[in-house]
Design a protein around this ligand. Structure first.
Ligand code: PLP
Length: 412
């Protein structure tokens, strides 16, 4: 990227014309569009009087803490968790992550000397740019957030290995290993292998493997993700990984199914604490999902339909950024997931977001991709193109480019 000088008068004129248009656009939300949700409309007609699971379980009744086997079987492959080690739970994986951290605070994890609540200090590594809700969740429990740079193949493992080996307070690392939020990076095999095998000062160190975008391809070129549970087991750290996923961006974001996978020892721990919290998940919704999706091929076919709807929006973001900002900014070109990460010249991201807001274009707050909302370089802006209609995405990204040019011109 060359930060070519921008003519301030032109930038001001373009911005004034933009404000004049009185836009009202929003590219903040990593949500499926109504058309994407319509793809799963048939869920609302299911289970259509049927309430028995394949093993005869009456899904209307209590019980079945692990979730329905037929649904767990559909997702075991995509999430790379053996069926027996995969729980199907409520509608949100974030909720499961929150619960897992809360339970680790309150009940001693396998391998731990004591409950996290009894530790004098707890820290988690946060690859940046990353997912704001991971950071907010940890912050809520008083966990110290340590930023680690993301590379093209995952977190910078030299930094991770050093911090994890040196500091027994470092109890975990947040990972979105496939089509990461917001960079679109898929972790390479070497990164996964090092995460699984690295020496950890904390005996209860955990990898939070949030595989939220496991099947969310935008192209036919689908990157391989390493099997983290298997790698951890092979490396002699069988209890190191907690795997999460959900159907939020497969079926209904607000009425899907969340999944949790881990080693046998972790699951025994999880089951014992979970049984105090619930008698069982919403199995009717799980049955509905199993009947609707049918099998892994059913998921695949549905995800292709999603890609047909959203890939043009990602292509529009790429095309417009290339037309308007190639002299000033860099951005990611994801082949899956829900986000594009735009890097503007240092010290301008907040101003870009402010200018865009005044012009009627809502952007995710600058800094949201970093712990405590603080991007020290003030340079990263997350673009979420899935929810608005294509024409709105195009208009919003053109408007964003006008704001970047003005912010850079004003700073010069
Ligand atoms: N994890 C990541 C990385 C996400 O980007 C999101 C939503 O944007 C979630 C989890 C939320 O998942 P769920 O709807 O299953 O709670």
């Amino acid at each position: 990227m060359t930060t070519a000088p921008v003519d301030v008068d032109t930038a001001r004129r373009d911005y004034a014309a933009l404000v004049e248009r009185g836009l009202s656009l929003d590219i903040t939300r990593g949500k499926p569009s109504p058309r994407q949700l319509d793809l799963s409309a048939d869920l609302l007609t299911l289970p259509n009087g049927q309430y028995k699971a394949e093993d005869g379980t009456d899904t209307r009744n209590y019980g079945g803490l692990k979730g329905l086997p037929e649904l767990r079987r559909i997702f075991a492959g995509a999430l790379q968790v053996p069926v027996e080690q995969l729980f199907a739970a409520g509608n949100s994986s974030l909720e499961l992550m929150h619960d897992t951290i809360a339970q680790a605070m309150l009940s001693t994890l396998p391998g731990a000397a004591r409950r996290w609540a009894d530790e004098p200090r707890i820290a988690m590594l946060c690859p940046v740019p990353g997912y704001d809700r991971h950071f907010a969740l940890a912050e809520r429990f008083g966990i110290e957030l340590i930023p680690v740079p993301m590379t093209e193949t995952g977190p910078d493992m030299d930094v991770v290995e050093r911090l994890v080996a040196e500091d027994a307070a470092v109890k975990g690392i947040w990972c979105v290993p496939k089509y990461s939020n917001p960079t679109g990076v898929t972790f390479g095999a070497e990164v996964a292998g090092r995460l699984a095998a690295m020496p950890a000062a904390a005996p209860d160190f955990r990898i939070i493997w949030d595989n939220a975008y496991a099947v969310h391809h935008l192209t036919e070129d689908e990157p391989e993700l390493a099997d983290i549970l298997a790698l951890c087991a092979e490396a002699g750290n069988p209890d190191r990984a907690f795997v999460f996923g959900s159907t939020s961006k497969i079926t209904f974001a607000g009425a899907g199914v969340g999944f949790f996978g881990a080693s046998e020892a972790n699951l025994a721990w999880w089951q014992s604490v979970l049984s105090k919290r619930t008698i069982g998940p919403d199995k009717v919704n799980q049955l509905r999902h199993a009947l609707f999706l049918k099998d892994a091929d059913g998921v695949r076919a549905l995800m292709r339909q999603h890609a047909e709807l959203i890939a043009p929006k990602f292509a529009a973001v790429e095309r417009i950024l290339a037309e308007e900002l190639s002299d000033l900014a860099t951005w990611t070109k994801p082949t899956g997931g829900y986000f594009v990460s735009l890097t503007v010249p240092e010290g301008t991201a907040n101003e870009v977001v402010r200018l865009a807001k005044e012009a009627g274009v809502a952007l995710t707050p600058a800094g949201a991709t970093h712990p405590h909302g603080d991007d020290p370089a003030d340079a990263v802006i997350r673009i979420a193109p899935t929810f608005p209609e294509l024409a709105e995405v195009e208009e919003a990204v053109r408007a964003l480019a006008v704001c970047v040019r003005l912010a850079v011109a004003q700073r010069a």
